[in-house]
Design a protein around this ligand. Structure first.
Ligand code: 3PG
Length: 214
């Protein structure tokens, strides 16, 4: 059983993936892994998403999540496809209950103290801060961390290479996420070398932030 939070903490970066064609999923997973990021949250925003999760789950060592899960029925589909965890843009009690019942980790989205309390009450302590940049950025994550010392955040939404450091400096930030590592246009054009380079750049920066002396 994979320790999903520990895995993400070790990487520091979580690629968010919007994919139109599952035929590219295996190569995409390999490209991310070759750049040091054997990880991805595949958003269920496209018809190809579940098929892509199925393909990525076959890549040895690759930890794949199902994102944009907004209905409990999607949890079962995600598990059947091989997802290791579920991410939702907000906190929904029905999705939360389904994940708890089926025993799959959930990273629910939050943007306010009230939502954090609700997610905590439901038993989740790794939370997606979304949409990060629009909801107050790193300053907001810092401010929300003070009253919830046991919560770990994965800020996502409007983050890129230029701003990821601001978030990773905050001790409560487990990892930063975003689509900038594997942009949809690059996936569409099978630009896997470029994606591997973007993954390597993000990995290097996260490593430098987390272990400045190594
Ligand atoms: C998500 O679902 O986490 C966001 O859509 C990612 O946002 P980004 O495209 O700004 O990285």
């Amino acid at each position: 059983m994979i320790d999903v939070p520990a895995f993400h903490q070790a990487l520091g970066v979580l690629p968010v993936i919007v994919i139109d064609d599952e035929a590219y999923a295996h190569q995409l997973a390999e490209a991310l892994a070759s750049g040091g990021l054997p990880s991805g949250e595949v958003t269920l925003r496209t018809a190809a998403a579940l098929g892509a999760i199925r393909e990525m789950a076959q890549v040895p060592g690759f930890v794949v999540g199902a994102g944009t899960v907004v209905h409990p029925s999607q949890v079962e589909h995600a598990i059947a496809a091989g997802a290791h965890y579920v991410v939702s843009p907000g906190f929904g009690p029905a999705v939360s209950r389904e994940c708890a019942t089926l025993g799959i980790p959930l990273i629910p989205g939050v943007a306010t103290a009230t939502e954090i309390q609700t997610a905590r009450d439901a038993g989740w302590s790794v939370l997606k801060f979304f949409p990060a940049a629009a909801a107050g950025g790193a300053r907001m994550v810092s401010a929300l961390s003070a009253p919830f010392p046991d919560v770990r955040f994965v800020p996502t939404g409007g983050i890129g290479l230029a701003t990821m450091q601001e978030y990773l400096e905050i001790p409560s930030v487990l990892a930063v996420g975003g689509t900038w590592i594997a942009p949809q246009a690059m996936i569409r054009s099978a630009a896997f070398d470029q994606i591997a380079q973007l993954a390597a750049g993000a990995t290097a920066l996260a490593k430098e932030m987390r272990c400045p002396s190594s």
